[in-house]
Design a protein around this ligand. Structure first.
Ligand code: AHR
Length: 496
């Protein structure tokens, strides 16, 4: 059956915050160290210690916002250990992630320099689990106060005269788990207390972010919203796509079956229900939608690559990950009136990374290509799309075969992205555009697909999965006809 897609170009359904395309980098495995930071003396080409190949690749993605330093690491991180001359910085054990020594060479100055080099907004996650109110207050003062104060003077003594802009600050991470195993009642009180001292200095306006639930923990949302909604600007949600039968066996990153492919899609699409239900609770306390929902950890989580440190969470990234990325970004866009930011876990070498490195070598993953193709949706107007298509069925279970989202950017171009979740069946389609003049419209399209369900890039074959022109789509009489390949992500651009 031909899928019928109607794009209503005159119905704007919201604005897609660029921050939905955000990223997350934790002190975990080889994400920060080697993946981003190699140090000034490294033989790997770098800018002030940050590797240039990764920097350039991230620049091309137009990363809008980057979250740091964790994750679980955030609630064990003491920021003063990461300032001053690097040789004098305290070493600590990274207890969550492999028990390795953390030398604190990448700290506040290095992170904020990275954000400046990427021209992205920093999102700093503070420590509630094992930190103090004073420590959090001083960190904010250190980074953002433009005046005479002990922390501003310390910053200047460490070489940075002007304060930075820090628009996003998280008050704890997963405080229901690794961030202190708290009950929501207790966290809500701590949140109210800690956030009091997250000061707004000068014209630095901080969006204060409260720790939200993991997955379907609606009691957490209900309680924290009830007790603390007036004191927060944003609230988080974490949801990972884990296709395996248990946390001990999360499923393989490559060499999986179609059942595992299907389960992966099914679990990724649960994001829609999670956002819908958490938003409904938020609506009760915040009907005006002042408070943003921030999905600051999401992505696939598989068994680590055999032979690697289990605490480093290194996994390969295939065309399946690309499909998860596209379908999830579409869900965020659909909910853009409530969801204001999302941060894929994690940028380099960890979980659903956009970049993998091996010493001086680097590759772009299929997920990277999806973020690059779909970046045109950033800050664009979300357009209403109506989709009628077949479903993808397997052993009595059913999923939509296609996932779709469309937007109009400020230059007037219309972009429609399509993910075909079926690994073996192409999708014939007709895309009708209504509510806009179609004479003189021109079409271009690119697609990303693979020659196997687990097609991926390696250091020896780094371009096996990459976008190519999609020539199976044509524009005729104001409508797009053709078909999209199995397991593909396609970006259609219409411009006059
Ligand atoms: O992203 C890996 C970990 O997953 C984060 O540190 C933690 O917040 C979550 O449980």
């Amino acid at each position: 059956m031909t899928a019928n897609i109607t794009l209503n170009a005159d119905r704007v359904a919201g604005t897609i915050d660029r921050n939905l395309y955000g990223h997350f980098a934790e002190h975990l495995g080889r994400c920060i160290y080697e993946g981003i930071w190699v140090g000034e003396d490294s033989p790997i080409s770098n800018t002030n210690g940050i590797r240039n190949d990764v920097l350039e690749a991230l620049r091309r993605l137009q990363v809008p916002v980057l979250r740091w330093p964790g994750g679980c690491f955030a609630d064990e991180y003491h920021w003063k250990d990461g300032i001053g001359p690097r040789g004098d910085r305290k070493r600590m054990v990274n207890t969550h992630w492999g028990g390795v020594v953390e030398n604190n060479h990448f700290g506040t100055h290095e992170f904020l320099m990275l954000c400046e080099l990427l021209d992205c907004a920093p999102y700093i996650n503070g420590n509630v689990g094992s930190g103090t109110v004073q420590e959090m207050a001083e960190w904010v003062e250190y980074m953002t106060f433009d005046g005479v104060s002990p922390m501003a003077e310390l910053r200047q003594a460490n070489g940075r005269k002007a304060p930075w802009k820090v628009p996003y600050f998280g008050v704890g991470n997963e405080n229901w788990g690794c961030g202190g195993n708290m009950r929501p009642e207790y966290y809500a009180d701590l949140y109210r207390q800690f956030q009091t001292y997250v000061r707004q200095y000068g014209d630095n306006k901080i969006t204060k972010i409260a720790c939200g639930p993991g997955g379907a923990d609606y009691r957490w949302t209900e309680t924290v919203m009830r007790e603390a909604h007036a004191k927060m600007d944003a609230f988080t949600l974490h949801h990972y796509t884990v296709p395996g039968p248990s946390w001990q066996d999360k499923g393989e990153a490559i060499g999986f079956t179609e059942q595992e492919w299907f389960t992966t899609m099914e679990r990724a699409l649960q994001m829609d229900e999670l956002i819908t239900r958490h938003s409904a609770i938020m609506d009760q306390y915040d009907p005006e939608r002042r408070i943003g929902l921030i999905v600051d950890e999401w992505g696939t989580w598989f068994n680590v690559e055999p032979g690697t440190n289990p605490g480093f969470l290194y996994q390969q990234n295939t065309v399946r990950d690309a499909l998860v990325a596209a379908a999830t970004l579409h869900i965020f866009q659909k909910h853009c009136k409530r969801v204001r930011m999302a941060n894929l876990a994690q940028t380099v070498n960890v979980l659903q990374a956009v970049i993998l490195t091996e010493g001086e070598r680097m590759l772009l993953t299929p997920t990277y290509h999806v973020f690059e193709m779909l970046k045109v949706h950033q800050d664009a107007e979300l357009l209403d799309v109506h989709l009628q298509s077949e479903s993808y069925e397997l052993e009595g279970r059913e999923l939509p075969q296609l996932s779709v989202s469309a937007s109009r950017s400020s230059d007037g171009r219309i972009h429609l992205s399509l993910a075909n979740l079926h690994p073996t069946r192409s999708a014939p389609l007709k895309l009708a555009v209504r509510g806009a003049a179609t004479e003189g419209l021109r079409l271009s399209a690119v697609e990303l697909t693979g020659d196997a369900m687990d097609a991926h890039n390696t250091f020896d074959q780094p371009e096996r999965v990459k976008p190519r022109a999609a020539d199976a789509l044509v524009l005729e009489s104001g409508a797009v006809h053709g078909s999209v390949a199995p397991m593909s992500v396609t970006l259609v651009t219409l411009q006059s």
